[in-house]
Design a protein around this ligand. Structure first.
Ligand code: COA
Length: 278
């Protein structure tokens, strides 16, 4: 995806850099647009990306104007090829590893967003890049997207949530196949497997469609959107009875909101609702 020149001006929009320009943040129509920006390294995840993505998510979560977050990447070759292998170092002891290990705070930060998140994926989407996408709510990809969890080829396993999120998304058997072989698969296959829910014909179409999708989601009641997300994500860890009880609680809470009355009024008056989150 060609990088958007506008986005380069906004890396320090919040008064803090989001990782030496390795992650850019821009705001448009209620959408926080996060761009992974190391195109020369195919957006490999180094420390600057980890820190930048974490700070970007926290800043957007705290911004009341932002109602959806779109994560995309600069450069035509890909979304992200995973951990920066050039930063790999031998680990001398478990204690030393724990001290220096950046862990997976950057993926946790994406997953922790209470606002709806959308990953716009083009080209390579491998390893930790795939895991960033898996931590998002909606995945849309262009036809050239190429997915894979190649950690097995490096003597590792996916370490940023992949072993847990992928089986929950597409089933244990399919996820094990992909993780044990490390094989790459294309966008059509990703759609068939349910890894993505939308497919754009080209990178240009992806840029347009992913932003339009994010703007559509951002125009909904932010409280209802957050509750959908909470019901589905928290409910996935509950048995059916407790999940239904959670849904009932959240549904009942929404009955008390101004947004709910506004939506009904807008329907009666044949106009678009204006949601405030109250
Ligand atoms: N970490 C650091 N740099 C990476 C990288 C990674 N994970 N993947 C690619 N790059 C860099 C390459 O080193 C190269 O930079 P250079 O020109 O300065 O050497 C640049 O990105 C382009 O990659 P290159 O390998 O030349 O392109 P390619 O088209 O031949 O292959 C890939 C592309 C993605 C298939 C290949 O780079 C690859 O397999 N990368 C590793 C992916 C991986 O295992 N990720 C999981 C990590 S846990």
């Amino acid at each position: 995806m060609p990088s958007d020149p506008e986005s380069h001006a906004v890396g320090a929009h919040d008064g803090e850099p989001h990782g030496d320009g390795a992650v850019l943040v821009e705001r448009r129509n209620g959408v926080g647009i996060v761009t992974l920006n190391r195109p020369d390294a195919l957006n490999a995840i180094n420390m600057a990306v980890r820190g930048g993505l974490t700070r970007a998510c926290r800043a957007l979560e705290a911004d009341p104007e932002i109602r959806a977050v779109l994560i995309r990447a600069a450069g035509e070759r890909g979304f992200c090829v995973g951990a920066d292998i050039k930063e790999f170092r031998p680990v001398t002891s478990a204690v030393a590893a724990r001290r220096t290990d950046p862990a997976i705070a950057y993926v946790d930060a994406v997953a922790a967003l209470g606002k709806p998140t959308i990953a716009a994926i083009h080209g390579f989407c491998l390893g930790g890049g795939f895991e960033i996408a898996l931590a998002c709510d909606i995945r849309i990809a262009s036809a050239d997207a190429l997915f894979g969890l190649p950690e097995i080829n490096l003597g590792l396993i996916p370490g940023a949530g992949g072993t847990q999120r992928l089986p929950r998304l597409i089933g244990v058997g399919r996820a094990l196949d992909l993780m044990l072989t490390g094989e790459r698969f294309g966008a059509e296959e990703a759609l068939r497997l349910g890894v993505i829910s939308r497919l754009a014909p080209s990178q240009g179409a992806l840029a347009e469609q992913s932003l339009a999708l994010a703007e559509t989601v951002a125009a909904k009641s932010p409280t209802a959107a957050a509750y959908v997300k909470e019901a589905v994500m928290a409910g996935a860890d509950l048995d059916l009875k407790d999940g239904i009880a959670l849904e009932r609680t959240l549904f009942t809470l929404l009955l008390t909101t101004e947004d709910r009355m506004e939506a009904a009024a807008a329907f009666r008056e044949k106009r678009r609702p204006v949601f405030t989150g109250h």
